[in-house]
Design a protein around this ligand. Sequence first.
Ligand SMILES: CC(C)(COP(=O)(O)OP(=O)(O)OC[C@H]1O[C@@H](n2cnc3c(N)ncnc32)[C@H](O)[C@@H]1OP(=O)(O)O)[C@@H](O)C(=O)NCCC(=O)NCCS
Length: 333
Amino acid sequence: MYSSKITGMGFYVPDTIVTNDDLSKIMDTNDMWIQERTGIKERRWIQKGSEDTSAVMGAKAARIAIERAGLEKEDIDFIVFATLSPDYYFPGGGVMVQDLLDMPTVGALDVRNQCSGFVYSMSVADQFIKTGMYKNILVIGAEYHSNGLDKTTRGRTVAVLFGDGAGAVVLSRNKQKDKGVLSTHLHSQGKFAKELSVTKPNIRNWIPYLMENKDDLSYYPYMDGQKVFKHAIVRFSEAIQEGLQANNLTADDIDLFIPHQANLRITQFVQRRFKLSDDQVYSNIQKYGNTTAASIPIALCEAWEKGRIKDGDLIVIAAFGSGFTWGSIVIRW
Ligand SMILES: CC(C)(COP(=O)(O)OP(=O)(O)OC[C@H]1O[C@@H](n2cnc3c(N)ncnc32)[C@H](O)[C@@H]1OP(=O)(O)O)[C@@H](O)C(=O)NCCC(=O)NCCS
């Protein structure tokens, strides 16, 4: 049986920085409220008129990842694309990346698991490599949130949290048995589906419904923030513990914990729970906000670029989000 390892990484974020002070000019919010509750100082938002979309940003990140893997686009056997903000209702973003990168007609799969999307995508790619079916898989997380947020005071609890961006990795067949992806674990609990959701349009309430019900705001994201927070800290911890236990490891063995960048307070809670030092945790939510499926590949790539990931390091990744869904990845680098 084969195993998989990350051989290349890349990320792309739009140029435009939107600070908390910028937001306070368009809604009733302020820098102190946002920083105290979330850690976020600024985020990137696509500007009107830009060519960027989830697929376009995903393709930009993917180009960097393929080049850093020392591969050509023809070497990629499969694409897994995670987003909650696809360019179209259908088809998905994976096929658009195949086209944007002018790739051979390889398979392209979209994953709809929101903040856990990248963890789910990596798990899918890992299985394809383990079975020997594929050698090199492009795994992408990309989000274009800013155009779907309610940027008025009414939507402030959600709007201040989210940013745009994309990250990508190339997951490749691995010859070293003791390195690469050691485990992935995935979970869901659909009874909380509506606690963090966009419920319209849906197939029962399509365009004619929206035209007749212009005051229905359910096409904006809804979140019960406190419920999400309470579940997140429990599920993050469980997912990490499950990954460590499956590999006979403890928190002391972690060289770098890369959480989905949901909220700095969630990360700090988990850090305290596992008694991790600041050196063992990577956070960049301060600069990018919550970029959902893109947050882990962006953080992973940025941490690597900063020299925070070295050969032989134990990297633990965990995510929690809408669904609810959650999961973890344990990697020996
Ligand atoms: C969203 C979150 C930051 C809100 O923090 P909170 O402490 O729960 O705040 P509340 O929603 O109770 O609101 C507290 C007050 O701040 C106000 N408020 C909400 N958003 C605000 C904003 N952007 N700026 C200023 N005030 C705001 C509320 O209206 C409320 O005012 P009131 O007391 O007069 O009614 C917090 O619940 C959270 O982090 N949840 C997890 C979110 C998350 O991680 N989501 C992604 C998961 S992948």
